[in-house]
Ligand binder design. Structure first.
Ligand code: CA
Length: 460
């Protein structure tokens, strides 16, 4: 409870200067000296906007003087669960001197079961050459956790919020950074490569209570956003990281099924950015999770790159940053597999099968990977694939391509009956605008289809 007492003291006396402020104040002659100001919900440094305050959110957050915003959206509310703090009671901004600015946001949950006070102190660190957004945030249980006494069921439980911070990064899908790194409970740096699969290395990551960090690293220009934990009282924190989608969540661990928590929870952390040198050391020291053979099999996905013939020989590399697209199966999924003994090229292909005339299953290029082909404006395209079928009954095997804008669908002539390898062709006429393309390898009916060597190419 020590931290909570000190948090209360900090808030009660509205102490402006935390450790970050000390770093800013120590900037000597020749060092950067910030001049923070505030007007109409915007925080400025030397007249340049560095963050916009919208309720519990800070938007377009700049992490170092003169840089572009790295954070698109930073939500400092206690989020998730029925007890989430959604109503803003008060937003106060104060500045006692040019080197520090303080934002105080008070709020409560619907029904008033929980209240929160979040204080963000903005300073500048000369040693990091970064702004420091230091956060002290408390959650207080105001009343009984049940909505009523008459029914004593889990449905009435007003569960405490599960998260206390969410960061959405500006660069979409982690394009700017090589990996995410965090410090685990043993004090070791763990590296999470960026690919688009939601793998176990990205979920429920446990932090030590103090001196933890989590960030996106490896930007050659040295703009690496980092959260440094100072203390987390009662949180048993874990970070729920959704690294591949360019978002980072800081959450707390549920204590038990009843969702009880202490009367007060508190967290203290700061958001800053590390330069290229510091970031490179962290990337080097980080170790990637070792997958078991079972996990490797479970998460294996055939990879796809628009400028190569897709021969279904290789999977997404879980141990490295791999931004290639991949294929997933839909429909009657239990009848589909990545096949190791039938192939048009190499040794592998994708198999779809059906048990009845109405069966339908297909492999589709997963759109959320952003690894799909793009149709340029004014240019025609041809998509081809090879298929081998044992399809005695039903519509057969085909290749289907769907434009992401407008949804126009183009389907090849279906292949029915039992055949050797045949080529499927889809011609896509020139578009009036640039758009992505969804590709499906479709099997309809009773029987089996094998697909291989998908090719996407522009035509004159
Ligand atoms: Ca192959």
């Amino acid at each position: 409870m020590e931290l909570l007492t000190s948090l209360a003291a900090l808030l009660a006396f509205a102490i402006v200067c935390l450790s970050g402020c000390a770093a800013g104040a120590s900037a000597g002659p020749g060092g950067y000296k910030p001049d923070f100001s505030h007007s109409a919900g915007v925080i400025y440094d030397r007249g340049r906007p560095i963050a916009k305050i919208k309720g519990f959110r800070l938007k377009s957050v700049v992490l170092a003087p003169g840089e572009e915003a790295l954070i698109e959206e930073w939500d400092v509310s206690w989020r998730g669960g029925k007890g989430k703090v959604t109503t803003v009671d008060e937003v106060l901004v104060r500045k006692d001197k040019p080197s520090a600015l303080e934002v105080l946001i008070k709020g409560h949950s619907a029904g008033g079961h929980y209240s929160s006070i979040t204080k963000i102190t903005v300073t500048y660190s000369r040693s990091l050459d970064s702004y420091l957004y230091e956060v002290v945030s408390t959650l207080v249980k105001e009343k009984l956790l049940r909505e009523g006494w008459d029914t004593y069921s889990k449905a009435n439980l007003v569960s405490p919020p599960s998260e206390c911070c969410r960061l959405k990064f500006k660069a979409p899908h982690g394009d700017k950074w090589k990996c995410c790194v965090y410090r685990d409970r043993d004090g070791k740096l763990v590296k999470i490569p960026f690919h688009y699969l939601m793998t176990p290395d990205k979920d429920r990551l446990y932090f030590p209570r103090k001196d933890a960090l989590v960030g996106y690293f490896g930007d050659p220009e040295g703009a690496n956003p980092v959260v440094e934990f100072i203390d987390a009282a009662g949180l048993n924190s874990y970070g729920h990281i959704s690294a591949s989608l360019g978002e980072l969540y800081l959450g707390r661990l549920y204590n038990n099924v009843l969702g009880h928590c202490s009367d007060k929870l508190g967290i203290r952390y700061r958001l800053c950015r590390y330069d290229g040198k510091r970031s490179a050391l962290i990337v080097k020291a980080g170790r990637v999770r070792k997958y078991t053979e079972e996990e490797k099999e479970e998460y294996a996905r055939p990879r796809f790159e628009p400028d190569k013939t897709c021969d279904f020989e290789e999977a997404i590399d879980l141990a490295k940053t791999d931004r290639a697209g991949y294929w997933e199966v839909f429909g009657d999924i239990f009848d589909a597999e990545w096949c190791n003994d039938v192939a048009h090229s190499g040794g592998r292909s994708l198999k779809c099968a059906g048990e009845s005339k109405s069966s339908r299953c297909y492999w589709e290029l997963a759109l959320h990977t952003k690894g799909y082909p793009v149709l340029e404006k004014g240019k025609g395209y041809r998509v081809t694939a090879y298929v081998k079928t044992k399809a005695p009954d039903g519509k057969g095997a085909s290749l289907e391509c769907i434009k992401l804008k407008g949804g126009a669908a183009f389907k090849s002539q279906p292949i029915t009956g039992t055949t050797g390898w045949k080529k499927l062709v889809v011609d896509i006429p020139a578009s009036s605008e640039t758009t992505g393309l969804q590709i499906r390898l479709l099997h309809e009916g009773k029987g089996v289809s094998y697909f291989d060597d998908v090719r996407f190419a522009g035509v004159r």
